[in-house]
Design a protein around this ligand. Structure first.
Ligand SMILES: Cc1ncc(COP(=O)(O)O)c(C=O)c1O
Length: 411
């Protein structure tokens, strides 16, 4: 279901791209040539300039460095990584993280869990409690096919539903208690309510209590490292109290999971979490770059910007602006940034159009020029593209599908 061969075969059948005249004289105007080569995994002499735009391009060198930086950090500070896949939706990326020592992946939806599990990835944790009949049954079926699969619950009622479904299938479902950590969207109240839920899960015949989760989404993008540290520690206080209560009550607390790209070196310092759920660090985006780091208060440089949306200048009939072929459908945002040209203003101009505007620069864009943009929000942007073109410099060296994005597979 998730194999690359099948994915590439599918896209080839609906070939959509336009080859650059520079690609090769023989193939000039053969719009399906690039698709056919992607299917054959024949990337020889395929360069960024040959690609249809808008498209997503990963700078392999920066990407690999990001993965290594996080893996080294986790190893050195004795914390595990169970990285969030919602930002990339790519089994290729998840497998690279596992190869560097990750203990599994975290997923926002049951479809992402299925995608990762069917791609052969163990240690999948669903960070959103399943409550529909559909999602509960699918969670149980995942546990049946792969016993390391786990989910969270923040409500005793959901624990009852999961217990019933797991009993019907005769499986033991690994379950963590999701504790409120500053985000009012989920998480049971810390302290006694969390402890009671943990006891209930532990006493449920077909659920196996594995620990507690607390995701401090408010801390992740707090500007300034010291402010972020304060916010994260505040938000996680209740989680840590709940963990202490659970341990005192003799409950098994194998994992304490949470954290994000913004707090990776804060949460590992305070030693309360056993694992991090950070996701965005693999690519980074402009909003994360702006939160500032421990070393550099202006720019969060711990991880490099590895992902760009490549676009083309399609018109320039007006002074101090030009039009690019990426608009609303390409998830263009005014907070996006032009690579190498931070002074350029990015504006939406409709479904298929964007505007780059400037006030006082002599450096114009040329018609047909390629413009690389750093996206603002990975979760949203990657969700509208079907693949990452992997580049080493200008050369394309691989293509990784972005999966489980739309339609039935997304739900
Ligand atoms: C529950 C949960 N954990 C972890 C993350 C990953 O955070 P980040 O991508 O900021 O590293 C998210 C992102 O929204 C999340 O919802």
């Amino acid at each position: 279901m998730t194999s690359r061969r099948r994915f590439l075969g599918t896209v080839a059948a609906g070939g959509i791209s336009a080859a650059s005249p520079a690609f090769s004289a023989r193939n000039a105007n053969r719009y399906d040539e690039i698709e056919a080569r992607v299917t054959r995994r024949d990337f020889k002499n395929l360069h960024k300039e040959d690609l249809p735009t808008p498209c997503m391009v990963v700078d392999l060198e920066i990407f690999e460095k990001n993965l290594r930086t996080m893996a080294d950090h986790c190893r050195a500070s004795g914390i595990h990584l169970r990285g969030h896949v919602k930002v990339h939706k790519s089994p290729d990326i998840a497998k690279r993280q596992l190869a560097l020592g990750s203990i599994g992946v975290t997923c926002a939806t049951i479809a992402e869990c299925e995608l990762m599990s069917h791609a052969g990835i163990n240690g999948v944790l669903l960070t959103r409690q399943p409550t529909s009949k559909n999602n509960i049954n699918r969670a149980v079926m995942l546990a049946k096919r792969e016993p390391t699969f786990a989910t969270v619950v923040d409500d005793p009622l959901a624990a009852d539903w999961l217990q019933e479904a797991a009993a019907r299938e005769g499986v033991k479902l690994r379950t963590a208690v999701d504790v409120y950590a500053g985000l009012t969207r989920h998480g049971i109240e810390a302290g006694e309510p969390a402890l009671e839920l943990a006891k209930k899960v532990n006493a449920s015949k077909n659920l196996k209590l594995i620990g507690l989760m607390g995701y401090s989404g408010g801390a992740s993008h707090t500007h300034g490292w010291n402010e972020r540290k304060k916010k994260s520690q505040q938000d996680l206080t209740g989680l840590m109290e709940s963990v202490a209560l659970a341990r005192k009550a003799g409950l098994p607390v194998e994992i304490v999971t949470g954290g994000s790209t913004g707090t990776y070196n804060i949460d590992s310092e305070s030693k309360g979490l056993t694992e991090l759920q950070a996701g965005s660090f693999v690519f980074m985006d402009t909003l994360y770059r702006r939160v500032g780091g421990k070393q550099d208060p202006a720019v969060y440089t711990d991880f490099g910007p590895a992902l760009t949306v490549m676009t083309t200048v399609i018109s320039k009939r007006h002074p101090r602006q030009c039009t690019i072929d990426a608009g609303n459908k390409a998830l263009l945002r005014p907070t996006d940034e032009v690579k190498g040209r931070p002074e350029i203003k990015v504006e939406n101009q409709g479904a298929e159009y964007g505007i780059l505007a400037w006030t006082d620069t002599d450096r114009e864009f040329k018609l047909g020029e390629r413009v690389d943009l750093y996206p603002s929000n990975l979760d949203m942007s990657t969700n509208v593209y079907d693949r990452y073109y992997i580049a080493r410099g200008e050369q394309i060296v691989d293509v990784w599908p972005i999966m489980g994005r739309a339609g039935a597979a997304q739900r």
